[in-house]
Design a protein around this ligand. Structure first.
Ligand SMILES: Cc1cc2nc3c(=O)[nH]c(=O)nc-3n(C[C@H](O)[C@H](O)[C@H](O)COP(=O)(O)OP(=O)(O)OC[C@H]3O[C@@H](n4cnc5c(N)ncnc54)[C@H](O)[C@@H]3O)c2cc1C
Ligand SMILES: NC(=O)c1ccc[n+]([C@@H]2O[C@H](COP(=O)([O-])OP(=O)(O)OC[C@H]3O[C@@H](n4cnc5c(N)ncnc54)[C@H](O)[C@@H]3O)[C@@H](O)[C@H]2O)c1
Length: 547
């Protein structure tokens, strides 16, 4: 019965996607419609994109691939936006620095070479010189925490922070130059400078070299991203009080680090510096860390971080900051008011969210409407209140994630080209890249409960997974939520060393409307961590084998 339901769910979803593909095929090569048509010759662009982050640069490449004459304007001087320059890539480079002393042998094969960044100096360099940095960082952790129990011993292991930073910068610059190469390959015109609307079809650019040029286009996409949200009374100097950007470039390992905000950035950067030796205290206004996470998985996650010596002050607000001395003194009090106390820190990281970046764009002059928190309002085709002007990525509502910005970018230019774009914000996976990682897609249990749908839960701990046990890195769980009547999967939450990779099986399952039985009856290779996903799926509608 459940299997029949599963197949129905699958056919329904596949049908929907096939229909979408049919629509795409119907438009193959022929631009059916566009707000303003397409340029045939001359200087005018079909598409101008302001901002060269994951949203903007991906949109530019896709537009060019669709045959549209495309110009991308970027003020930073390098492509890749926040993500490549001061976000996803440099931060993930440092997360490779391992996990808590209590856990051992992370799965080094899970990390991608593009995440390389940190250089570790091992005194026995002869063993490691030829290794890639990913390997070196893995070895650093292993050498410090796991090698001895496996019979491999070193006299001393140390970190060279300057070398780590230099390596991170090298990785970033290689990657950003790689995008410039992709622009050339796809014939995207790249203008380095700050763009400002002078009309609904013209952008004035103050170029990095010091000149000015006006770029004309039939369609203009705003992809200007986001910036750190400052807190009242706290001035970020990027030395003692830092944003994520400063936290990625500290010249010394702070003895005491206070993090304001227990979200993605706070936990990831807190983990990085904690592993390098900082005492980390996280001050969070809300009652919980990462409020968007499934509450059961969150509790497990918080306990794990606490075991790694991260301290949490929840339901707490910072009410005063004194930087006059050598370090920083923070005055905190309970969120609901009450007795104040003082925290001392060498460095304070402000990671209380990010805010859309539209400064100096001239949006008011052309009539682009924004909501109360400064996000550009768009319709389902990414069109703003001004026809021919579009917006994507962090600057519009939706999760502030690089992969979401990329999906926006592709769909937006497909719409411009007269095709059918597709982004489902309900199925954007989220990953916190700590160790273990926490990844999720779809609804949390609280959300399912609130929706009133009857549901089943299947869970499987990595303690019962043979691969996780074999590599002695078994902290975590897979949790699957499925509709009781149809077995259709509603949400999947994974805490595991490689949760950010494991989650994609679940993303695909949700995308195709699969049932938990669909996953359970799909053959999974042994021994793999993925078998835990299969077992959790079995536990959702029936019983798992290995527990
Ligand atoms: C520390 C950190 C870690 C992160 N880690 C992850 C992660 O692991 N995974 C993930 O999915 N997301 C992560 N994010 C979020 C991710 O970086 C953003 O969601 C993503 O970069 C948004 O892409 P975007 O293209 O919308 O904007 P951005 O990447 O912000 O790019 C916008 C670009 O526009 C340029 N620009 C702005 N105004 C103008 C103008 N007027 N003229 C010309 N150029 C302009 C900016 O210089 C910038 O380069 C992280 C963010 C931070 C801060
Ligand atoms: N792995 C990833 O995908 C990744 C990594 C880093 C950043 N990001 C993106 O960047 C964005 C910004 O990250 P972030 O961590 O700054 O924001 P966030 O929204 O993830 O977390 C901010 C946290 O700060 C808390 N907060 C807000 N005001 C506060 C205050 N005055 N005092 C104490 N706590 C306060 C919030 O309750 C929340 O828990 C995120 O939305 C995320 O999408 C993603």
């Amino acid at each position: 019965m459940a299997m029949a339901m599963a197949s129905v769910a699958r056919r329904r979803a596949s049908g929907a996607l096939l229909a979408a593909r049919g629509a795409l095929a119907g438009g193959s090569g022929v631009y059916l419609r566009s707000a303003r048509g397409f340029a045939s010759a001359g200087d005018e662009n079909d598409v101008i994109i302001i901002g060269g982050g994951p949203g903007g640069y991906v949109a530019a490449i896709k537009a060019a691939q669709l045959g549209l004459k495309t110009t991308c304007i970027e003020k930073r001087g390098t492509l890749g936006g926040t993500c490549l320059n001061v976000g996803c890539i440099p931060s993930k480079a440092s997360t490779l620095l391992s996990s808590s002393p209590s856990s051992s042998i992370p799965v080094f094969s899970l990390f991608s070479p593009r995440d390389l960044g940190f250089c570790l100096v091992l005194l026995r360099q002869d063993l490691f010189l030829s290794s890639a940095l990913l390997h070196s960082s893995h070895m650093y952790h292993e050498a410090n925490h796991s090698f001895p129990s496996h019979g491999v011993k070193f006299s001393q292991v140390e970190v060279d922070l300057a070398a780590m930073m230099a390596q991170k910068d090298k990785a970033v610059s290689n990657l950003t130059r790689g995008i410039e190469g992709l622009f050339k390959k796809n014939k995207v015109n790249y203008v380095k400078g700050f763009g400002k609307f002078v009309s609904t079809s013209e952008v004035s650019v103050d170029t990095i070299e010091g000149g000015n040029t006006v770029v004309k286009g039939k369609n203009i996409i705003i992809a200007t991203g986001s910036d750190v949200k400052s807190l009242p009374g706290i001035t970020i100097d990027e030395k003692k009080i830092v944003s994520s950007t400063g936290a990625l470039s500290l010249s010394e390992i702070p003895k005491k680090l206070v993090v304001i905000g227990a979200g993605y950035i706070g936990l990831e950067m807190g983990s990085v510096w904690g592993r390098l030796g900082s005492e980390v205290t996280v001050v969070e206004f809300a009652p919980d860390i990462v409020p968007s996470m499934d509450s059961e998985v969150r509790k497990l996650f918080q306990r794990t971080l606490e075991k790694q010596k991260m301290k949490f002050m929840l339901k707490t607000k910072v009410v005063g900051v004194d930087t006059s001395g050598e370090g920083v003194k923070l005055t905190v009090e309970p969120a609901a008011g009450g007795e104040r106390s003082t925290l001392e820190a060498d460095v304070v990281l402000v990671s209380a969210g990010r805010t859309p970046y539209t400064a100096g764009l001239g949006l008011e002059d052309i009539g682009v409407k924004m909501d109360k928190v400064g996000r550009i309002i768009v319709d389902e085709r990414f069109t703003t209140s001004v026809p021919g002007v579009y917006a994507i990525g962090d600057v519009i509502p939706g999760p502030m994630l690089a992969h979401k910005a990329e999906e926006d970018g592709v769909a937006c230019v497909e719409f411009i080209a007269g095709k059918d774009g597709h982004v489902d914000y309900d199925l954007v996976p989220g990953v916190v890249y700590t160790h273990p990682e926490v990844a999720s897609v779809g609804k949390t249990e609280d959300q399912v409960k609130a929706s009133g749908v009857e549901y089943c839960v299947g869970k499987f701990p990595f303690m019962a997974n043979s691969r996780a046990k074999a590599i002695d890195d078994a902290e975590g769980v897979v949790k699957i939520l499925a509709e009781k009547e149809t077995d259709k999967i509603l949400g999947v939450h994974i805490m595991a060393p490689n949760a950010g990779e494991l989650i994609h099986e679940a993303v695909l399952a949700l995308q195709y409307g699969a049932a938990s039985e669909d996953i359970a009856r799909t053959c999974h290779a042994h021994p793999t961590m993925s078998e835990a996903v299969k077992e959790a799926a079995m536990a959702t509608y029936d019983k798992p084998i290995h527990i």
